[in-house]
Design a protein around this ligand. Structure first.
Ligand code: NAG
Ligand code: NAG
Ligand code: NAG
Ligand code: NAG
Length: 452
């Protein structure tokens, strides 16, 4: 369909180098899509031993499931599409919480503008200085499941072409400068409508001397984070847009293995088909790594190692959970937490992916980058019984917000924000997730801006 569209364009369009180099690629990615059967139980259900395959069963489950493309599809149906408009996101950066937010805002801004996209990549962090998040570039699948994304976007929004240029392919010139889309935060200003955004985009294009209305328009979108009032949109759109992104399955598999071993080693019952197993284990995000220290985060009230570890232990005990899975990129603090929990009365068992992976999986883990290793934790924590995280972390908040969508899907609606008025030093609590400490910026941006 896209191919026919391309063939019907005026000659100027054919001449555009971008399409010249990318059209075959798009065909390729289309084939790729059809070769991967996603959705339902199609893949390997029959090839798999029914009861014993913990890892396979765990991997089949996502907290927000099933993916329902229809709300996105209906939004895409109401959009005016411009096949010669292509958006590129060049500067997504940070850990999974931020990159996910950058990508989802980008997809949304592209949908509203009727633009096609280049499959986004991201900046990757330096392995030697984790505060330097701009050290290198990495492709989409460093973090996310590319085959799933291509399949899901085809279901939800077939009007949007997704291009994936190879490194050696010369790209058309982008319009000079990055376009920063006008905010869609309707909650901050009633004027932040789709219409106002499109007029702003139009104005920006017309002001660019390189813009040719009949030609190919290739533009770099400046990254945004939580810049859409997701709660001003149709419920199904808010719920499902975030599900376009799933974590890379190779990395997720390590999470499944860790959870299985947690269950075996500590004799806790985990049903792999249960998105959020009851009374199995507590999950904590101990956010005390060097980059958090460098940013000065840990000098504020209720934020340092002792405040975080105390709060997590207290909450685990309150929920009668004796096994605590801890995520931290800091091995020293992890060991400290372990010792502190063991000495506590009553004692708690603290474990981590490093303690749970068998040798071959551990070796695989160690070959991953720092942010990819954190994805293993991201997946385990999404599916713990009760979660505790840290307010300045988009990683923590992302876990809490996705789990909150699961609660909502279950019909268990709570007000996670009311805890701010009831307790000191807690920003979010919906009964299955709690976010520790306070932070004006995140509290203002995330409740309406983060995609579940
Ligand atoms: C979108 O439009 C297509 C083609 O007109 C139609 O088949 C589909 O049902 C529409 N989807 C929704 C959700 O409106
Ligand atoms: C881990 O935390 C300690 C303080 O407990 C700090 O000195 C060290 O730099 C941190 N290391 C990493 C890798 O974050
Ligand atoms: C850690 O934070 C707590 C609570 O904010 C504070 O009372 C304590 O003095 C801090 N400890 C250190 C070592 O800074
Ligand atoms: C469980 O973890 C231990 C390390 O603590 C490892 O030796 C063992 O192979 C793991 N078993 C499974 C089934 O993953």
């Amino acid at each position: 369909m896209h191919i026919q569209n391309l063939a019907n364009k005026p000659p100027a369009f054919h001449a555009a180098l971008l399409i010249f180099t990318l059209a075959p690629l798009y065909l390729g990615s289309y084939q790729y899509r059809r070769g991967h059967s996603y959705g339902g139980t199609s893949t390997s259900a029959s090839a798999r031993p029914a009861v014993t395959d913990f890892v396979g069963e765990w991997l089949d489950v996502h907290p927000v499931q099933p993916f329902n493309p229809s709300a996105i599809a209906s939004y895409c149906n109401h959009t005016d599409w411009h096949p010669n408009l292509v958006f590129n996101l060049k500067n997504a950066n940070g850990g999974v919480g931020n990159v996910r937010g950058n990508f989802l805002d980008f997809f949304f801004f592209a949908i509203e503008a009727g633009a096609s996209i280049i499959l986004p990549g991201m900046a990757s962090r330096s392995q030697t200085d984790i505060s330097n998040v701009w050290a290198d570039r990495a492709p989409f699948d460093l973090m996310f499941d590319e085959a799933w994304f291509l399949w899901a976007i085809e279901q939800a929004c077939p009007q949007m072409a997704v291009y994936k240029p190879e490194k050696w392919q010369k790209m058309a010139d982008a319009l000079p400068g990055n376009y920063l889309p006008r905010s869609r935060r309707m909650d901050e200003d009633q004027g932040n409508t789709q219409k106002a955004y499109l007029e702003h985009l139009d104005g920006w294009l017309k002001a660019s001397t390189s813009f040719k209305p009949d030609g190919l328009t290739f533009l770099n979108l400046e990254r945004t984070l939580w810049n859409v009032d997701t709660r001003s949109l149709p419920l199904g759109l808010r719920r499902n847009l975030g599900q376009l992104l799933r974590i890379n399955p190779v990395v997720r598999r390590l999470a499944a293995i860790a959870v299985q071993n947690l269950s075996l080693k500590y004799y806790v019952q985990v049903d792999p088909r249960d998105p959020v197993p009851k009374r199995a284990f507590y999950g904590a995000h101990l956010r005390t790594e060097a980059d958090a220290q460098n940013a000065g985060w840990l000098n504020e009230p209720n934020t340092n190692f002792s405040a975080q570890s105390d709060a997590y232990m207290e909450q685990a005990l309150k929920h009668k959970l004796e096994v605590v899975f801890v995520a931290s990129g800091n091995a020293t603090d992890l060991a400290l937490f372990q010792a502190k929990a063991a000495a506590h009365a009553p004692p708690l068992t603290v474990t981590s992916k490093l303690d749970l992976l068998p040798p071959d999986a551990l070796e695989q883990l160690q070959q991953l980058t720092w942010d990819q290793q954190a994805l293993v934790d991201y997946e385990v924590l999404q599916r713990c019984s009760v979660f505790g995280g840290f307010v300045k972390s988009s990683f923590s908040y992302g876990i809490a917000i996705t789990r909150n969508q699961w609660l909502e899907d279950e019909g268990r609606v709570t007000d996670p924000w009311s805890v701010m008025h009831e307790e000191v030093g807690v920003a979010f609590d919906d009964g299955i997730s709690r976010v520790l400490a306070r932070d004006g910026f995140h509290e203002q941006r995330i409740p309406r801006g983060m995609w579940p």
